[in-house]
Ligand binder design. Structure first.
Ligand SMILES: NC(=O)c1ccc[n+]([C@@H]2O[C@H](COP(=O)([O-])OP(=O)(O)OC[C@H]3O[C@@H](n4cnc5c(N)ncnc54)[C@H](O)[C@@H]3O)[C@@H](O)[C@H]2O)c1
Length: 347
């Protein structure tokens, strides 16, 4: 149900969300439906999950299309009649792209070009896409400002930067309106905690719930601008509707604008989980060798998004965790064996 602060920004549009069964995409689909839009979710379920959109399947304004952005014919079909595309489909994770650069390249670059060219051919006016803070690469500057980027540190970062380059070229060649949103370490409900490529927050929480030691790679002083998913939804709504010509064909940082290091993060998460299970206080943190390809410090300047998009994020890390912690607790407990250290209890 919409909360008391809920207000409509985008309404009465036909919106295609690629990767709509994924973490961020499913949060976008939910928000678009609540605001009164028709939503088509296009996903191949490679990392997305049906559970993320299960509650939307019976909504009269929601359509799920199973298919791949790597298939241009399917892309052309699915863009028909759309006012707008929020392109989220991609293969995430820096380490995964290092292990398997070919697949990352096919999906994140090949699939991206399929989608944006299908959008051009289908006469779709605006294409808003998920860019990434990984584009800052080895640039030492803090805070990260949109026009100062370094060399990419992974195939994933290359792929996300290639998206920005293609968008610039496509908007000047074909006139499609594009906006890239460089997300910084997003967290929140529907985030996948499973597998080697899971993000830090759900991974640490899962370890605590299972009674295992969370593993930090490196000394834990590396820092991130952890961004609650509702801030990301808010940025997409604004990018979808802005009429500011200076915002079009541009890229923006999407973050809260505060950094937290991993040592601080893991303690904060432990404190958030203690009311659920006090035995978590005994769990020690394990430190392992740092991973290649990771940026050391990441902190966004959000001035540009504030100025041109009127972006105003409402949730810092603590406020976001307050909203998300129950979801993590309930969902990460599923599948735990009966005698696991993480007891199935609720508060
Ligand atoms: N989560 C973050 O912190 C973060 C940070 C920066 C950028 N991003 C970007 O945001 C977007 C969404 O990320 P997420 O965290 O929700 O990841 P996710 O893995 O949960 O979602 C990606 C979705 O894309 C779908 N997909 C993958 N390949 C596809 C294909 N060939 N055809 C159709 N669908 C396909 C997956 O099944 C999944 O549902 C991605 O583009 C990602 O690169 C995420």
């Amino acid at each position: 149900m919409p909360n008391k602060d809920f207000r409509k920004i985008i309404e009465g549009k036909k919106v295609l969300v690629t990767g709509g069964a994924g973490f961020i995409g499913s949060n976008l689909c939910e928000s678009l439906l609540m605001q009164g839009n028709k939503v088509v979710c296009f996903d191949d379920f490679s990392t997305g999950k049906i559970e993320n959109i299960e509650s939307l399947l019976t909504h009269p304004d929601f359509l799920l299309v199973r298919g791949s952005i790597c298939n241009f014919e399917e892309c052309k079909k699915v863009v028909k009649g759309m006012d707008l595309i929020l392109h989220q489909a991609a293969l995430g994770s820096v380490p995964r792209s290092i292990h398997d650069p070919l697949t990352t390249n096919n999906i994140n670059i090949g699939g991206f070009v399929n989608m944006i060219f299908a959008a051009v051919e289908g006469g779709v006016k605006r294409f808003v896409y998920a860019a990434s803070s990984s584009t800052y690469g080895d640039h030492p500057g803090l805070t990260k400002v949109e026009n100062k980027i370094g060399k990419p540190l992974s195939p994933y970062a290359v792929s996300k930067y290639a998206n920005e380059l293609y968008s610039g070229v496509f908007s000047s060649l074909y006139g499609i309106e594009t906006i890239g949103l460089r997300y910084f370490n997003v967290f929140g409900k529907k985030q996948d905690p499973e597998g080697a490529y899971a993000a830090a927050i759900p991974k640490f929480i899962k370890s605590f719930i299972e009674g295992k030691s969370p593993v930090i790679y490196g000394d834990g002083n590396q820092s991130r601008d952890f961004t609650y998913v509702e801030n990301v939804v808010h940025a997409n709504n604004l990018a979808a509707t802005t009429q500011n010509p200076k915002a079009l064909n541009n890229v923006f940082n999407v973050a809260y604008g505060e950094s937290t290091n991993l040592n601080e993060l893991v303690i904060l998460l432990r404190d958030f989980l203690l009311p659920f299970d006090h035995s978590i206080s005994n769990i020690k943190i394990i430190y392992e060798k740092e991973r290649i390809g990771d940026i050391v410090h990441s902190l966004a300047s959000i001035k540009k998004a504030k100025r041109l998009l009127r972006y105003s994020p409402q949730f810092d890390l603590k406020k976001g965790l307050e909203k998300a912690i129950h979801w993590y607790w309930e969902n990460l407990q599923r599948g735990l064996p009966e005698n696991s250290a993480g007891k199935k209890i609720s508060i």
